[in-house]
Structures are given as structure tokens and as C-alpha cells.
Design a binder for this molecule. Structure first.
Ligand code: ADP
Length: 253
């Protein structure tokens, strides 16, 4: 397998409590990969460990062993972003090119053009001069995705990018991510909605402290594996899955 991310016997503890336990998998390049599991399963921890933000207790996880030239961009959960500074939407995206902009720093036309293009990609071009604290939650989310896109990453990691955004924006973003994947990028998304897994993703990592499965969505998301990961919440999943199928077939709106 031409892999992009590999975990080997990965164990992570917080205060001696195991959060990830003996997790091993390989993910091939150029896939849209969902990281799925119940709340507290260790999904965000897995992403942070892959970026070396969190150090494993034992074992390893890295993009480096697969290909050391990969350029990685990360969009954390919205709540973990500090909004308390007065900059415009365009400035935030430009930070993806420059790091933190200094007040005397001149912005090159090519960088501004790239930032505007990234804003356009997420449907935010008309908000470029708006102060970030005057944007809605969904708009802020899109802005941080634009900041990641302007870095022209080979690998894009997103932690719950669809939380707090409407369906139309979710559709716009997923079409954008699929386009990026088709251009050869590798995309990892912590995702909650199991009913859209099949439609959005071609690969999945299913975890709940331990790895339940890693592979093509249809192979991993079996009843048995979902039961292992979600336990008693399975019935909720089945109900949601049933409703979404009915909706897709046009029985309900
Ligand atoms: P998920 O993204 O699947 O909801 P997380 O990776 O955020 O799960 O968290 C996994 C577990 O680790 C949770 O029980 C959470 O409370 C705990 N946890 C996360 N971050 C910390 C931390 N910095 N210190 C202690 N425990 C943490």
C-alpha cells in the first residue's frame, strides 16, 4: 500500500488513563478518510498525536514514515480557536501564508490573490474585510478552512469541520474536499454523522480507545463493528440510517 499515515502499537494516556490503546493501522494516499467513534473515543487525540502535538506513551504514529515531504495543514475544533484579536477575515487567511503578520509587513499581491482564492473556495470572498468577531460560527469555521487551504497542503486534517454549519455549506465544503482529493490530496476528517459516511468518504478509521477497524467504509462499518464502537447507542444509529435512506429515496423530505 502507498500509505500516507501509519500508526504502530500506539498507546496514549492522560493522567494514567488510557485514551488510545494498542492502535495500529495504515491509510493509503489520496483518500478521504473519516475518523469515527463515540464522544471521548480518542478521535481528536489521534489527530493531535499524528501531528506530534501529543506524545505517545508507547508506539508511534506519523505521516513521516510514509513520506517525509508531505505538507500538512490542520483545522482544529472551532471551540479551541482564540477569537480575541481584531483582524479581518483576509488577514486570518494570509496568516496561512506568512505565519503571524507583522503590522509593518507588506503583503505581496500573489499572496493576497491566493488568500482571496481560498476565501472564494469556501464561499467567503464577500466577507474578506469583515472583522472575525463579526462572523457567525459557521463563517468562522469556513475561514479557518480557507487558512488551511491557502497553505496548499498535501494532507488536510479537519476536526469536526461540519459542526455548527448548515446543510448547504456542508455540501459546498464536502464538494471542495472531494475535488481536492481527486487532485491528489489526502484528507482526514473527524466526523460525527454516520448516515453521510458512505456518501462522503472512501476510507474510515473506527475507534473507541482501541481500533475497531480501518479500511473502505463498507468493509469497516458492519453492524458488528458499529456495535463494538457504539454499544447501546446502536439503535440510534440504525434509526438515523433508516431515516436518511428513506429521505434519499424520496419517501420523506
Ligand atoms: P473525541 O475526539 O473522540 O471526542 P478526545 O480525543 O477529545 O475524544 O478525548 C478522549 C478522552 O481523553 C476523553 O475522555 C477526554 O476527556 C480525555 N482528554 C482529552 N484531552 C485531555 C487532556 N488534555 N487531559 C486529560 N484528559 C483529556
Amino acid at each position: 500500500m502507498n500509505c500516507i499515515l501509519e500508526a504502530q502499537d500506539l498507546c496514549i494516556h492522560y493522567n494514567k488513563t488510557p485514551i488510545l490503546w494498542d492502535v495500529s493501522f495504515k491509510v493509503p494516499k489520496h483518500h478521504m478518510t473519516a475518523i469515527v467513534g463515540p464522544n471521548g473515543a480518542g478521535k481528536s487525540t489521534l489527530l493531535k498525536a499524528s501531528l506530534q502535538i501529543i506524545k505517545p506513551f508507547s508506539g508511534s504514529i506519523s505521516f513521516g514514515r510514509c513520506n517525509s515531504d508531505n505538507h500538512i495543514a490542520y483545522v482544529p475544533q472551532k471551540e479551541s480557536i482564540d477569537w480575541d484579536f481584531p483582524v479581518s477575515a483576509l488577514d486570518v487567511v494570509l496568516m496561512g501564508r506568512y505565519g503571524r503578520l507583522k503590522y509593518f509587513q507588506r503583503v505581496k499581491a500573489a499572496d493576497k490573490e491566493a488568500a482571496m482564492q481560498a476565501l472564494q473556495q469556501v464561499g467567503m470572498a464577500s466577507y474578506s474585510s469583515r472583522q472575525i468577531n463579526q462572523l457567525s460560527g459557521g463563517q468562522q469555521q469556513r475561514l479557518f478552512i480557507a487558512r488551511a487551504l491557502v497553505q496548499k497542503p498535501d494532507v488536510l486534517l479537519l476536526d469536526e469541520p461540519f459542526s455548527g454549519i448548515d446543510m448547504a455549506t456542508e455540501k459546498l465544503l464536502i464538494e471542495l474536499f472531494i475535488k481536492l482529493k481527486n487532485e491528489g490530496k489526502s484528507i482526514f476528517i473527524v466526523h460525527h454523522d454516520l448516515t453521510t459516511l458512505d456518501q462522503y468518504f472512501d476510507w474510515v478509521i473506527l475507534i473507541n480507545t482501541r481500533l475497531i477497524g480501518c479500511g473502505p467504509v463498507k468493509e469497516v462499518m458492519t453492524q458488528e463493528n458499529i456495535q463494538k464502537a457504539y454499544g447501546n447507542n446502536l439503535s440510534l444509529f440504525e434509526e438515523a440510517h433508516h431515516l436518511s435512506k428513506k429521505q434519499a429515496e424520496g419517501y420523506i423530505s
